[in-house]
Ligand binder design. Structure first.
Ligand SMILES: C[S@@+](CC[C@H](N)C(=O)[O-])C[C@H]1O[C@@H](n2cnc3c(N)ncnc32)[C@H](O)[C@@H]1O
Length: 222
């Protein structure tokens, strides 16, 4: 059984128990520092985030940033290095412990929290909410809850940047990680955000994976 198959089995069992997120902590604990056993742990910042940081969209953002499902912290550190004041959270305490151990001098505030029920103090607080690859590992009901919760964290005038796998509505969903459709991303608009840009592209994996980079914004309050 490949590592990805094992991860899918762990996820399936957890979701079947009605626990959409319990398997993440289990996976990080099982890896116990051998991060190559965590399929998404590249130990490097996401190249599509780095690319976006060079755009005028990124320069136009305010500096208070929240990183959702931060994993081992590389994207949070990249955002801090780019001048953002960063809070980064993950539902897995082991992942957050690893962030603190990997980056002991970090300016990032790391926290254990759940995107399905974020702390009330975070509501409307962030100029940039950055989400990569977490929505695509949540089953549909949890994904809907997460979209509403993440939208609520964007400040007036703030932005939400999503990186995810992409598919057209007619294409099969396939297996985890489940690609998102444009229509699913539009759910952010129902939460009071406006879509500012959406880029559909293929990465350089073999075979290439289609992805979206989508930016939403909340209007300034009057
Ligand atoms: C597929 S990984 C992506 C990690 C990282 N964002 C990246 O792009 O490499 C999803 C991450 O989100 C975390 N996660 C899953 N559900 C979550 C939730 N409800 N709240 C907070 N973090 C969550 C997992 O523990 C995991 O670290």
């Amino acid at each position: 059984m490949s590592n990805r198959d094992e991860v899918r089995r762990l996820a399936q069992e957890s979701i079947a128990r009605g626990d959409a997120t319990g398997w993440f902590e289990e996976l990080y604990q099982r890896a116990s520092g051998s991060w190559d056993r965590v399929p998404w742990a590249d130990l490097a910042a996401n190249p599509f985030l780095l690319e976006w940081l060079g755009t005028s969209e990124a320069r136009a953002c305010g500096r208070r940033c929240l990183v959702v499902g931060c994993g081992l912290g590389d994207d949070a550190e990249a955002l801090a290095a780019a001048g953002f004041s960063v809070v980064a959270f993950d539902v897995s305490p082991t992942a957050i412990e690893a962030c603190r151990a990997r980056f002991p001098a970090s300016q990032v505030e790391y926290a254990v929290a759940d995107a399905l029920a974020p702390p009330a103090a975070w509501i409307a607080r962030f100029d940039l909410v950055f989400e990569s690859y977490t929505l695509q590992v949540l089953p549909p009901a949890a994904r809907t809850v997460a979209i509403a919760a993440l939208a609520s964290l964007v400040s007036p005038g703030g932005r939400l940047l999503v990186l995810c796998r992409a598919r057209d509505r007619e294409e099969p969903e396939g297996q985890l990680p489940w690609p998102l459709t444009r229509e699913e991303l539009e759910a952010f608009r129902e939460q009071g955000l406006a879509q500012q840009s959406i880029l559909s592209f293929f990465d350089d994996e073999t075979p290439p994976v289609r992805r979206f980079r989508a930016l939403f914004g909340r209007r300034h309050s009057k």
